[in-house]
Design a binder for this molecule. Structure first.
Ligand code: HMG
Length: 400
């Protein structure tokens, strides 16, 4: 009895959250103004109306497994690997109907075998589900560390209205007690409703979407969970140093911040809008990476903002079509910059190679989905982990 009371008190005061954050996107992009001109659209529709300047182009030698391993290897030390006992891989562009991408990643990263590793799916909400599960796991086992991955390739198809909102990449979150970056608040607000705004039937390689409807539902869910979060926590907009959004295209986050700040003091609106600009910088250059998008935005804020200080509370809005949303928050920790492991993501994104629209279209069609046996030339892919091909439907991953 005494032990239970003691443990409950420990949980109450223990900080749990994001200790480290890593990100990977391939080294190729297409320029959105050029894509707009090729599609006979005004470039400002993509640059301002949608809010995207560049879009990640995914070569066939990268998929969710390789991108995840490339993101995670940026943050994991030997000690982390020793303490890791759970890998949660969130994706909606998985590469197998049965085997979890987490199992491949655990092998590529050299993790020990006495771990749990599995995949979760709920559109772009998956990584948030993983993060909350990881938090609960660490509450039970405070010495454990959990690797949560959000990796996806967003595909709507060439010459579709969704095309300028594609992209891809992976985020890796290390969750632990006494985290360096963000200690999660316990209370959050969530909502699930069966809605057909975006889906991808089995066997299809591109998503189906009711684009305008999906954007409206996103904003309705934002309103609902934000009201609920305020009621549950007693916190208000002025208690937040910044609000982060899932960013399928960055204009939608701008609509989100405008919705939240309607009727707010001008100084508060200005402060939150400024931070939103920092939070969308990287997403404007990558596009949608589905479930990793919110956490790329967190990374962008942490590297771009000069105002944030330890103790600031960040609000996070996670949305996954279908549909599910959650509004939660966390407190920035004194070493939050150290949790990014010294990687300069602005530089990494600036160093990517631009490809022509023709080349992007070619690579779009080269992704391996149904091939039984095929070898890929990975000599031009500078990433550490690559997909070298498939042999009798078995994907061949290697480190080079
Ligand atoms: P569209 O029909 O091509 O674009 O589709 P539009 O005509 O609505 O124009 C877009 C905006 O550009 C409009 O602004 C125009 O006024 C403006 P808004 O009315 O929205 O404020 N515009 C211009 N602005 C400046 N200069 C110009 C100009 N011309 C027009 N010259 C749409 C756009 C986003 C619907 C489409 O790309 C799409 O369907 N995308 C995919 C769906 C999507 O991203 N939905 C977001 C919510 S659902 C979600 O977030 C979940 C998701 O990530 C998946 C998951 O959970 O797994 C998608």
């Amino acid at each position: 009895m005494y032990d239970i009371v003691k443990k409950t008190k420990e949980w109450k005061f223990m900080k749990i959250g994001i200790d480290k954050l890593g990100f990977f996107t391939p080294d190729l992009y297409v320029d959105m103004a050029e894509l707009a001109r090729t599609r006979h659209e005004d470039p400002n529709k993509y640059l301002i109306g949608i809010g995207q300047a560049k879009m990640a182009v995914i070569p066939p030698t990268q998929d969710v497994v390789t991108m995840a391993a490339n993101a995670a290897q940026r943050i994991l030390t030997v000690d982390d690997k020793e303490q890791l006992d759970l890998v949660i891989f969130a994706t909606e562009s998985g590469i197998d109907n049965s085997k979890a991408a987490a199992v491949y990643v655990a092998r590529l990263l050299g993790l020990k075998s006495n771990i749990r590793a599995f995949e979760v799916k709920q559109a772009c909400y998956g990584a948030t589900a993983g993060l909350q599960l990881a938090r609960d796991h660490v509450a039970l086992f405070p010495r454990s560390k959990v690797l949560v991955i959000g990796a996806d390739i967003a595909r709507y198809g060439l010459k579709t209205p969704g095309e300028p909102t594609q992209g891809g990449g992976a985020v890796a979150l290390l969750v632990s007690a006494d985290p360096q970056i963000l200690a999660l608040d316990k209370q959050s607000a969530y909502q699930t409703q069966d809605i057909m705004d975006f889906w991808r039937p089995l066997g299809q390689t591109e998503a189906m979407v009711d684009g305008k409807y999906s954007s409206n539902i996103y904003l309705e869910f934002l309103d609902h969970v934000w009201q609920d979060y305020q009621q549950k926590t007693g916190l208000k907009l002025e208690d937040l140093a910044a609000v982060l959004f899932h960013l399928p295209y960055t204009k939608l986050g701008l609509k989100g911040i405008r919705q939240l700040t309607t009727g707010a003091e001008p100084a508060l609106t200005l402060r939150l809008t400024k931070e939103f600009e920092h939070a969308r910088t990287f997403n404007r250059l990558v596009g949608n990476l589905y479930t990793g998008s919110l956490y790329l935005s967190l990374l962008s804020l942490l590297q771009q903002s000069e105002q944030l200080i330890a103790g600031d509370r960040l609000g996070l809005f996670s949305y996954g079509s279908g549909a599910e949303a959650e509004f939660y928050s966390g407190i920035l920790q004194p070493d939050f910059k150290a949790g990014l492991m010294g990687v300069d993501y602005s530089q990494l994104l600036a160093n990517r190679q631009q490809v022509s629209v023709d080349k992007y279209e070619h690579l779009f069609k080269q992704q391996l989905f149904h091939a039984a046996t095929e070898e890929l030339d990975y000599s031009n892919d500078p990433a550490r982990f690559v997909l070298a091909g498939v042999k009798e439907y078995q994907r061949q991953y290697l480190e080079h």
